[in-house]
Design a protein around this ligand. Sequence first.
Ligand SMILES: [Zn+2]
Length: 619
Amino acid sequence: MKKLLSFFVVAALYSLPLSAQSDRWQQRAKYEMNIDFDAQKHQYKGTQKLVYTNNSPDTLIKVFYHLYLNAFQPGSQMDVRSRTIADPDARVKDRISKLSPSEIGYEKILSLKQNGKPLKYQVVGTILEVTLADKILPKTQHTFDLQFEAQVPLQIRRTGRNNSEGIDYSMAQWYPKMCEYDYEGWHSNPYIAREFHGIWGDFDVKITLDASYVVAATGYLQNPDKIGYGYSKKDVKHKAGEKLTWHFVAPEVHDFVWAADPDYKHDVVKVDDKLALHFFYQGDSLSRVWKEMQPMAVQAFKIMNEKFGRYPYKQYSIIQGGDGGMEYPMATLITGRLTLPALVSVTVHESIHSWFQMILGTNESKYGWMDEGFTTYAQNIVMAELFPTKLDPQRGSTASYRSLVKSGLEEPLTTHADHFNTNRAYSVASYSKGAVFLNQLGYIIGKEKLETGMKRYFNEWKFKHPNPTDLKRIMEKESGLELDWYWENFVGTTKTIGYGIKEVVSIGGKTDVVLAREGQIPMPLDVVVSYKDGSQENFYIPLEIMRGEKSESLYSKTTLLADWGWTYPEYTFTIDKNLADIERIVIDPSQRMADINPDDNVYPSLPKELPRLKGEKVQ
Ligand SMILES: [Zn+2]
């Protein structure tokens, strides 16, 4: 009873801000699933009761479900996409085309009813198209009862059986999942490899399978004393051949993942009184590196709680499985045979997705940069604390973005994840340019405003579907600046940033500095002048269209200059000192502005590298 009570208290607490903080409506789903799993055949039968609440002002005449496992069949859109894209994912390539009938994945619908009435439906690849018996009117609740059977595919991408490290079942995208309908309409995208969007709701899942398996999942286990396996202190003996039912409840999430393996070792480590991390990994050979990783994972959660907002659930599971690292609510599947820094890095990255996408539920198909990019940005910060370095933690993201620009393959961040022409353009845009976006936003509005803005973003948009404009409004309110020009250019286009010091001229005891805008995206400028007496002065040039100035405590002395109207190609300011007193002038020494060609940002210009002699070794 106590558990049940605490679930409802938690659910009530979580659902409160949904109506309180923003007036944008969102749909609600309550799933109850019962799964009977046959580990001999790698198949399962399931029943699903879905209580669907239409909070929209619209009347719905159709609904759609994702049937993700159908992607793992020869000739599927995912298979063909992988065989025709210029740079296929090495994990997929042509592997789907070679799956035999016993190795493919499928989800077959056996029956579907709405409020007890049988429904007409059609399976179109990975989408179930359903014609409703009863229209779903605004502000009404309807119940869908679905029976299905499914086969777990050989592990190709994210989900499946027998992954490369021998984990029996990595069960992601495994159940018929209602597509999200939001203020932008239906999102019934066929599954062709990447990115998800789901309805906020509650899951109650019972999984029955051979008692030799240890199960890890989203949510809280409801019957730990029957299960044992590290979930309770009691050592529970299970008979060979017996089946065991695992009962999980997950409040306020938009997906549910689970994994099962007979060899899982299960450790529980507390972050604090309110949060425990669960680790599932294959026994003794990995014990040393996984044990070494655990305190670092704890530390990562502490840093994230402090800098980006409190993780709201009581549990998070780091599960060996999948094919690299993939985030899910309250859990991640990661491959586990790694060196310590690599294992920590993937754990940190996936854990941070708890903030970006699992709590701040952006539609990652449309705005991948808001989850992968922001996760990468925070990962760079957390990793620099766990493995201290004097180097700029964001330098790798900036370098990777610059190299994509130079490759000519870049596409705008507004591109739907499925529609990028290459995997490289998608991944560098989402991961690296997304991280650069935030780092550079800190340059524009100031480091402190970015930090408080990110916390405000978390508090106002948790358990919802924030979009780029929602984030923009938060940052505008936080900084008092107009920021649409930054979103429009850096997100909506592939235009680039370029500034340079064109000329430095001595004029009667004073010095004129002529700056040139060489790129198409305008930016405010920090220009730091170092004098020969050892002092430094930052000349700050706001962009006129910001309608204000940043406040930032990065430099000891800052002189505010006149605004730069963005159409002017040049800007001149005067330093009240002799040219001979000036040691150096640098545009943006913090290097947070992603100038695509930073070579001309320094005066006097840095010596060009001497041409190397033939046969000379490069260090
Ligand atoms: Zn990620």
